[in-house]
Design a protein around this ligand. Structure first.
Ligand code: ZN
Length: 494
């Protein structure tokens, strides 16, 4: 996707968020929410990867300010922050904006989902959920959701569940809006889901009245008397008041803690300051992917890959609306290859996958890890997770070995031609970040890519069979760079 489409997407999501208000009314009412759990984390941004800035107590009154996906920006009168929507309830006593998010329930997306005694992979397993089974969500912590099942409490990884309200959410009515198709051909589906039956197609430039909106889907009358759903990703909403006007994108906001500001537009220049995530800077120029900003009265440069547009901040980050499956190769009894110094491939794969997942999540992606612990997951399961989530990209992370111990370098593989552009983008991203030799983008007959109908690629980050390279691959710094390289590749690809 081109940059232009990004801006369109951001403005679209912004518009959607305006039109899909929490509680079914577009007016913000003061004190409309109550903390619905004993302790609720207030976070600096709309996701579990953002830092916790305060802890709220059950019954505390909040005012909703904004909404992004399952997250609500709130104020408690003293401070602003983001809370998980499934952990707050409507404050009906104050006569505030009607309905509530209701009781939130999780739906397991995989079989044998472990329920653990605490929010950690190391915690003991209390039981398991099968795909499709539901449980009441109680609270969230560090990427885990506490649930109640069979009268007991336990924790499940949020990566393997979807969260929904127990009461059916009515679709938003969207009278007066039109939607313009912006790709050559767009599928019209029976239901608002990528897995739903295809009814027809519509073409670039066609304009439709919006009948209903549901999440990122729009219901249209595609031919007289026939209704269907289209994915709003691929077009632009507008109304008479030009509310979908593009943001001016002059202010940017940092995504990471410890972001470097430099004296010039490349990493060769000296660092003048390190700033935290969520800081807003005004850009005055752009040069080779770097923004010129003013910080403490001094000019400075910041890489465009570590910021998001602050004008569109309420609509989320670069990967908003995208689902990325991150697949750590091997696991459990399948250790993968073994290094010259006995490093297990499965361990490194998971370490890089975890780092990549957190970068993507911090930027709004819905990340699905095929495994988040040292467990065995079959190849068909990994592929079906990709299909089930209709992943926009699948990144399978591996480390190589060769009988010739002098062989070194990283390689990016694809199996189907439609996967090649993604493989090339990832390879370029890695090339920018890694010192290792680049063996390029190659065709490879791997199950995870071959049998995948999504844009799936497999990266071999280096050769564990080479003792020197093994040492590099084990280092935290290399893993961070590799994860960042893949992240940049994805960013450029989309
Ligand atoms: Zn492998």
């Amino acid at each position: 996707m081109q940059k232009k489409h990004f801006t369109l997407l951001l403005s679209l999501v912004l518009l959607l968020s305006m039109l899909t208000p929490f509680g079914g009314s577009s007016t913000q009412a003061a004190n409309d929410l109550l903390v619905g759990v004993d302790e609720l984390n207030l976070r600096s941004g709309p996701g579990l990867s953002y830092s916790v800035t305060a802890s709220l107590q059950r019954g505390e009154v909040l005012t909703s300010l904004d909404r992004e996906g399952d997250w609500i920006q709130v104020s408690n009168g003293q401070t602003k922050g983001w809370v998980a929507s499934w952990l707050v309830v409507a404050n009906t006593k104050k006569g505030a904006a009607s309905t509530t998010s209701g009781t939130k329930v999780i739906v397991a997306q995989v079989d044998n989902l472990n329920i653990r005694s605490d929010a950690a992979i190391s915690a003991s397993v209390l039981g398991q959920l099968s795909a499709g089974s539901q449980a009441v969500a109680l609270q969230e912590k560090f990427g885990w959701i506490q649930i109640e099942y069979n009268g007991k409490k336990g924790w499940v990884s949020q990566d393997y569940v979807t969260v929904k309200t127990s009461t059916e959410k009515p679709a938003t009515s969207a009278a007066g809006l039109t939607f313009t198709i912006q790709i050559d051909t767009l599928n019209v589906r029976e239901e608002p889901s990528l897995n739903s039956k295809k009814l027809s197609t519509v073409k670039r430039g066609q304009v439709f009245n919006v009948l209903k909106q549901e999440d990122l889907w729009i219901q249209i009358e595609y031919v007289s008397g026939k209704k269907g759903w289209i994915y709003s990703f691929y077009g632009a909403l507008s109304n008479g008041k030009n509310r979908a006007a593009q943001p001016t994108a002059k202010d940017v906001q940092t995504i990471y803690n410890g972001t470097n500001l430099r004296t010039g537009p490349s990493t060769d220049y000296a660092v003048v300051a390190r700033i935290d995530a969520g800081q807003t800077l005004t850009t005055t120029a752009e040069e080779n992917g770097w923004y010129k900003v003013t910080y403490n009265g001094q000019p400075a440069f910041i890489s465009s890959t570590v910021v998001k547009s602050a004008n569109a901040a309420s609509s989320g980050a670069a990967f908003s609306g995208l689902t990325i499956v991150v697949d750590a190769g091997h696991g459990g009894h399948d250790g993968g290859t073994v290094g010259a110094r006995h490093t297990l491939e499965k361990k490194l794969n998971l370490e890089v996958a975890t780092k990549l997942a957190s970068k993507l999540r911090a930027n709004g992606a819905n990340v699905v890890l095929t495994r988040d612990s040292d467990t065995y997951v079959s190849l068909p399961t990994r592929v079906s997770i990709s299909h089930q989530y209709a992943a926009d990209a699948v990144i399978s992370i591996h480390h190589d070995a060769h009988i010739d111990r002098s062989v070194r370098g990283f390689t990016t593989y694809y199996s189907n031609d439609f996967q090649k552009p993604l493989a090339q983008a990832i390879n370029r991203g890695l090339q920018q970040q890694l010192q290792l030799s680049n063996r390029g983008t190659q065709y490879g007959d791997y199950y995870i890519t071959r049998e995948n109908n999504r844009h799936a690629v497999l990266v071999e980050l280096g050769y564990l069979s080479n003792g020197t390279e093994e040492q590099i691959l084990r280092s935290n710094q290399f893993q961070e760079q590799a994860a960042y390289g893949i992240y940049v590749g994805l960013l450029n690809y989309f």
